[in-house]
Design a protein around this ligand. Structure first.
Ligand code: DGJ
Length: 543
């Protein structure tokens, strides 16, 4: 292979067993610009995941029938919560039975686990904190809503709250190391869940107000000094409009108003999440990420969960939380490309821990992995009976075959695409070829009477040699032409392939009706597959 860039290896996770020993890290993230490879046991690992519904992992019995089904859907990873209130029902008294069962069942079904730490915050709220915390608001201060009414959202400024979270999370990570470091079932951890302030943009209290009027922290000033010219445009604009200052209070540096209040709050949340992550990594340094609830357009911070790891706040989160390796979006809106484009800035690799589980995920996964080089994908509430299960299973089936090629970077070029009623076509250049891919329903005979069924479809193209490609996915047509207008491109062969242990096993030759007599490669909307395509070229003018 073949990708030209030199990988900057950032060792973020460590060791199979025994902290401190000099040995190859068993679980780590290797960053390379804005993409990353998750390395598990010295091999890159593409997370073909699914996140459990919030309550499922709280009952061993409830989960029992689902494990087999997850494997049948070709998942290799389950993303599952660990609930603070259930592991520390009394202060300093930890119970890890549920965690052990989760890890044990996953391992028995050949699944990896990403742990979600439902700690101080879960979807803004503090609903999973233990009752001994909820009932002691003097020790664990709450925030107030816009009317001044106490809400079940703990303050990010509560020192004892932070210490309690660090202690509990540290105990959890220590336990995971003890029971799993030699097996590496758990491969990554999410710190908190969809952090974000409601119903104001920032906390309002005497302490918060005082902090807001103090100079910005030195760490932020240093970050601005170093990265001022590289800030994401949303933040850069605000900062420059206010004079590009590297000292002063929050309003002096970023201007007055609700957007600056959000920046201030983001700093508090990110600093808090960072300290929790540091406490956890001290015990067992697995890669760690945070996730964000994406806002609806035109809505003000506080009406949406303010100050989470959102695109316009990436710099703030990255400056305040260096122990957090990845900022992740949760998708409950259709605008996949728009948000992915925003999240791959600032060298942030893409990992999608949640996406609304409908039939379109079976197509979106190809865009996310092929185009954005995400190292993981995971629809939400994966165990729920859904008509989307079988289509996702088919896409994951293809991707698990392709994973060694994708993550091993055994390609010259790779891209992925997604089609629906509004995005019906896409063009890309790979080597000497211009490739146009389109929704299958653009074919005159396919579209007949089908205007109402522009099912989301998608796929990916991997260039494995100068004139060789792997084309995979569902519901599209791919046509190849030479970039040199003096040449005409034709298909030598289109072969159905299955990839077994990295080896291509050939099935049908598709050179007749299936590739329209050499005109294009195609998969119908209810068809999933991988084809190996070889091309040849002739001069345009007849010799
Ligand atoms: C996003 C959250 O992160 C999940 O825990 C869950 O609450 C879903 N929303 C529900 O749609």
């Amino acid at each position: 292979m073949i990708s030209g860039k030199v990988a900057v290896v950032v060792i973020l996770g460590l060791l199979g067993s025994g902290a401190g020993r000099a040995q190859a890290p068993a679980v780590r993230l290797e960053k390379d610009g804005s993409s990353a490879r998750l390395i598990v046991d010295q091999r890159p690992f593409l997370v073909l995941g699914g996140e459990l519904g919030n309550s499922s992992a709280s009952s061993i019995e409830y989960m029992r029938p689902y494990w087999e089904r997850l494997r049948e859907m070709h998942l290799n990873t389950v993303i599952a919560p660990v609930y603070w209130e259930l592991i520390e029902p009394e202060e300093n008294h930890f119970e890890f039975g549920l965690v052990d069962s989760l890890i044990g069942e996953a391992a028995r079904h050949d699944l990896k686990v990403v742990v979600l730490w439902f700690g101080t915050w879960k979807n803004s709220m503090s609903c999973y904190t233990p009752v001994w915390m909820k009932t002691n608001s003097r020790r664990f201060p709450r925030t107030a809503d816009s009317t001044g009414r106490s809400q079940e959202i703990f303050s990010a400024l509560g020192k004892e709250t932070l210490e309690a979270d660090k202690k509990a999370f540290g105990a959890l990570m220590r336990h995971i190391r003890e029971v799993d470091a030699s097996k590496r079932t758990v491969i990554m951890v999410q710190v908190e869940n969809e952090i974000g302030m409601l119903s104001t943009a920032r906390e309002v209290s005497a302490r918060a107000d005082a902090l807001f009027n103090e100079p910005i922290p030195d760490a932020l000033a240093g970050y601005l000094k170093k990265n001022g010219q590289r800030l994401v445009p949303e933040l850069k604009k605000k900062w420059e409009e206010n004079g590009s200052k590297v000292s002063g209070n929050w309003a002096e540096v970023f201007g007055k108003g609700i957007r600056t209040e959000e920046i201030f709050q983001a700093w508090q949340y990110a600093r808090y999440a960072n300290e929790v992550a540091v406490a956890g990594k001290k015990e067992y340094p697995l890669p760690m990420y945070v996730n964000a609830a994406l806002p609806r357009p035109g809505v003000q911070p506080g009406r949406y969960p303010s100050a989470g790891p959102l695109p316009h706040l990436m710099d703030i989160w990255q400056a305040a939380a260096p122990a957090i390796d990845v900022l992740s979006p949760d998708f409950y809106n259709p605008d996949t490309r728009y948000w992915c484009d925003l999240y791959v800035r600032n060298q942030n690799p893409l990992f999608i821990p949640e996406m609304h589980f409908d039939r379109s995920v079976a197509a979106k996964v190809f865009l996310v992995v092929g185009h954005y080089k995400a190292f993981g994908f995971s629809p939400f509430s994966i165990e729920s009976p859904s008509e989307a299960s079988s289509s996702l299973g088919k896409s994951y089936g293809l991707l698990s075959q392709l994973a060694p090629t994708i993550t091993g970077r055994k390609w010259l070029a790779m891209d992925g695409f997604l089609f629906d009623r509004t995005n019906k076509s896409y063009s890309v250049r790979m080597g000497d070829y211009n490739i146009t891919v389109s929704h299958y329903n653009i074919l005159p005979w396919a579209a007949e009477g089908k205007d109402s069924v522009w099912t989301s479809t998608g796929g990916m193209i991997i260039q494995t040699g100068a004139d060789e490609f792997l084309v995979a996915g569902t519901g599209f047509v791919a046509a190849f032409s030479h970039a040199d207008a003096g040449k005409v491109t034709n298909i030598v062969s289109a072969d159905e392939v299955t990839i077994v242990d990295g080896r291509e096993v050939f099935g049908r030759r598709m050179n007749g009706d299936q590739d329209h007599q050499g005109r294009h490669i195609r998969f119908a909307t209810d068809e999933w597959g991988i084809q190996k395509v070889k091309l040849y070229n002739t001069a345009k003018a007849i010799e």
